[in-house]
Design a protein around this ligand. Structure first.
Ligand SMILES: [Zn+2]
Ligand SMILES: [Zn+2]
Length: 165
């Protein structure tokens, strides 16, 4: 394991239970469509946008369909409930797990849109130091490092000799 690995976080409730509690506090109840969506979203950790999710749900679900408005509304609710985190990347809203998933930052490949996750204690120390100097109380941060991933920069290098021919 590298110094930049994420580690794990223990939680007492499943995402579904936590979301049910959130909806109850708003006087709402969980619907079958929302259940299907949450089951799918929390099966594995991924970075996705609403259209990715609509596409996947239409392919994996032979039974009940999850409507487009429900997907958009539920994603918003999941962010409000602290279950999903939303980030803006090149005009897209990208979502990922927040609840039960360790805090981390990203390297974003501008060519293939890949997101690489990392965690750095040194960076968190720096954050505290800078904030401390300004008497600032930290509640969070967003760090996205832009560039080209290993695969995409390899392709570029391989193409160069051909360009000369
Ligand atoms: Zn790439
Ligand atoms: Zn991530």
């Amino acid at each position: 394991m590298s110094n930049y690995s994420l580690g794990t976080v223990e939680v007492s409730l499943t995402p579904m239970q936590r979301f049910e509690e959130f909806l109850q506090s708003k006087g709402k109840r969980i619907t079958q469509q929302r259940r299907i969506l949450i089951d799918h979203v929390f099966k594995r950790h991924e970075h996705f946008d609403a259209e990715d999710l609509i596409d996947e749900l239409s392919r994996t679900n032979s039974g009940q369909r999850v409507s487009r408005p429900t997907v958009y509304r539920t994603l918003r609710e999941l962010v409000d409930a602290g279950l999903l985190k939303q980030m803006e990347l090149g005009g897209r809203s990208v979502y990922e797990h927040d609840y039960g998933y360790p805090q981390h930052d990203h390297l974003h490949c501008q060519k293939c849109n890949k997101l690489i996750e990392f965690r750095s204690d040194e960076f968190l120390e720096l954050r505290q130091k800078v904030a401390g100097e300004h008497g600032f109380r930290v509640t969070g941060h967003r760090l996205i490092i832009s560039g080209l991933c290993q695969d995409c920069s390899k392709v570029r290098r391989r193409k160069r000799p051909q360009d000369l021919i």
